[in-house]
Design a protein around this ligand. Sequence first.
Ligand code: 2M8
Length: 420
Amino acid sequence: MEARPAVDDAALGREAMAVLEANWTGTATVPAPGLYPHQWSWDSAFVAIGLARHRPQRAEAELANLLAGQWSTGMVPHIVFHTPEAYFPGPSVWRSQDHAAAPHSVLTSGLTAPPLHALATWWLWRHGGDTAFARHVYPMLAAQHAYLAADRDLGGAGLAAIIHPWESGMDDSPAWDEPLAALPEIRYGYRNVDLDERHPDSDHDRYVWLALRYRNSGYRPEYLRDEHPFAIEDPMFNGIWLASCQALAELATVAGADPRPHREQAERIRKALLERLWDGCFYARDLRTDRLIRICTVGGFGPLLDPYLPAANVGALIDVLESARFMGATGYPVPSCEIRAAQFDRTRYWRGPSWVNTNWLLRRAAAVHSLDQLGRQLATGTLRLVRQAGFRECFDPFDGSGRGCRDFSWSAALTLDLLA
Ligand code: 2M8
């Protein structure tokens, strides 16, 4: 485990801000230097949350730049590109410029990401942000949610389906192993060496194949509904959407709009989460087999973000979270996959390591349910990770050592929030 000189809160905060300064391109914050040279969607939402109390105008600029990449369908892309290539798959794969619904002056990917943006905008507003900004972006956020309801409710029950592992934000989660294994074996042969640690076998080729199929369909919603072979109702994506619907209801009031449709949407999501994804904890549902994918990952705690989740479900989820399946057995919060699962791997991204963003979301969930001790445990455990190992992309949940990129933006940004 790397040893770092002891840093007090003020020094840690300054270091975090320095990382965010270095990763600022002038229009947005890249997730990390090198491997991630563009703007990623939920990374930017986390950056905005972290900057809310420190640099609210920078946080607004961050979200505004991302929303400049929004398609006329309402879809907010998972990547807004800064430079022509430098990352695979880049603009030449997505070809957004050839699609009528994509913006003309910005190159983007064709997939979306967890819709955290209304929650991030609400967070900014709640921490003293500008009402004018909330009013300005409200229609864009409402359009994002309308897109999810109209084009992504592939199961017809009120949940949004992800149609690619990248859309979950947890690309190599063991939850996607089964649906990926059902796809044909693909060997494109172009492989990004940096990704080797993350993607086993031909999974990365399957990711590219799925993206190309969707692109070649003309990004058509009918294709997603009728033909696309990967369609999953994910509890984290939908838990975040639910929390963002509640945030959007408050923003609607600020914007002089009707909050009720957003509250009704939140209720539909809650009902569907409980009816379709709950079986002792929340699992993802594979819409192509209509079966639950029975592996418990950190994504299964996403619905805890809902303050109105019934107490019995909250209690059962907290029991799992605090048990030896998750936090109870590791020194640091919160492994991304339950440690008793055969697929658990403490060294591989979303297959075991702890992440600052999911820790932050769970700490937010603890706050909405007034679970103060759990909230403190999550905050102090996360700060211990970054204090010891720096602002790494993720961390070994047993010994706290850092993994993946250094100077990772959401690790720095959310540290600022945890220190506040
Ligand atoms: C990771 O995802 C990208 C693809 O979008 C990748 O694997 O290259 C994930 O951790 C995702 O959650 C994150 O948004 C992205 C950039 O930090 O990296």
